[in-house]
Design a protein around this ligand. Structure first.
Ligand code: SF4
Length: 345
């Protein structure tokens, strides 16, 4: 039973200090717990060898290291691991660990909500609808769950799993504090992906952190974009681009423009020219993402020739354009494929 027990993973040092003091233990115990949770990522209290046996037994009665249960784990041939993780309330989220050849980085792709209210037409998560926001601890514990499972150290974090992070701003902002302070992953190694929630972009500018914002643009005009991303009706593109300018001026950071290329939907070369015009004067680079069809999908990726042509036109802006190397598409871990469905495979 974890429901009535205190969950330690994902808590700040201050919260751990409160926990030990409420339980009549000296304050230094919090630092010891912090060490085992964040530096050693142990799975059991018995591994916390510098704690007295009495305290370890007490912990077993009142706390759990984590309430997360890995329900399923899919390993791609490219090394990507997709996790289905059950939380304390039996809801299930997805978290992905991506590795890149020839690079030491290990990137955790975390979820910020269960389901998503934005409903982008090509996204498996969007089709689930919205269930609830995740807490900051639940977001941070996704990284710790990976570390406990693999024994490896995550070096980068992207908020590109399920959910729209900027619609859960307060918990996401708190989770970033936990990730930078307790897990010691620097701001520059964190990317927040948004569909374009303007108030959230302004709040992020106020936080003035050196992290990267990735905007899922997917269309360079209001008419087409509102067909793909319904939130465009509420937060139109002209206002959104102004918010991006304000953010880059404040933080000095370049934004990443994500553009999922879908055959016959948004791959017309005129749109590439329109995009260059729309983003003129902005500090940005572009990630082109050829669409990843899910099973029985009505959308397809464009041909390689069309991807190259689209890229060539975007490069005329003088900005860096990369075609994203997809990770884990054979295990449904690629962008837009996360639907937290338990598999019977
Ligand atoms: S693409 Fe992102 S914002 Fe859009 S529905 Fe999917 S999870 Fe939500």
């Amino acid at each position: 039973m974890t429901e009535s027990k205190y969950i330690l993973a994902g808590k700040t040092l201050e919260e751990l200090e409160e926990f030990v003091q409420i339980n009549n233990e000296p304050k230094f115990r919090a630092k010891q717990l912090h060490y085992w949770l964040y530096k050693n990522c142990v799975k059991t209290f018995d591994e916390m060898t510098n704690l007295s046996k009495g305290f370890r037994n007490k912990l077993k009665d009142i706390a759990v290291i984590s309430a997360n249960t890995i329900k399923q784990r899919f390993i791609s041939k490219d090394g990507t691991i997709r996790y289905l993780i059950e939380l304390a309330d039996q809801t299930v989220i997805e978290t992905v660990l991506m590795r890149f050849d020839h690079r030491p980085n290990l990137t955790a792709c975390v979820s910020s909500q269960i389901g998503c209210p934005v409903g982008c037409i090509f996204c498996a998560t969007g089709k689930m609808g919205f269930i609830r926001n995740l807490t900051a601890s639940e977001i941070a514990d996704q990284i710790l769950t990976i570390q406990r499972d693999t024994g490896l150290e995550v070096t980068n974090v992207v908020y590109m799993g399920q959910g729209e992070p900027l619609l859960n701003f307060d918990e996401v902002a708190k989770s970033i504090k936990i990730i930078t302070k307790e897990l010691e992953i620097g701001n520059r190694r964190i990317t927040i992906s948004t569909s374009g929630i303007i108030p959230g972009i302004h709040k992020l500018a106020e936080e003035n952190r050196q992290l990267t914002l990735a905007l899922s643009l997917h269309a360079p005009n209001h008419e087409l974009r509102q067909q793909l991303i319904p939130i465009e009706k509420k937060y139109p593109l002209d206002e959104l681009v102004k918010a991006l300018h304000a953010l880059t001026h404040k933080t000095g950071r370049r934004v990443t423009i994500e553009y999922t290329l879908i055959k016959d939907v948004n791959d017309d070369l005129k749109l590439a020219k329109e995009m260059n015009y729309l983003l003129k004067g902005l500090n940005y680079n572009v990630n082109l993402i050829p669409y990843n069809p899910t099973s029985n999908d009505k959308y397809q990726a464009p041909s390689q020739k069309r991807i190259n042509e689209f890229r060539y036109i975007l490069e005329q802006s003088g900005k860096k354009v990369t075609v994203r190397l997809e990770r884990g598409s054979d295990i449904n871990a690629a962008c837009g494929q996360l639907s937290a469905q338990l598999s019977t495979d």
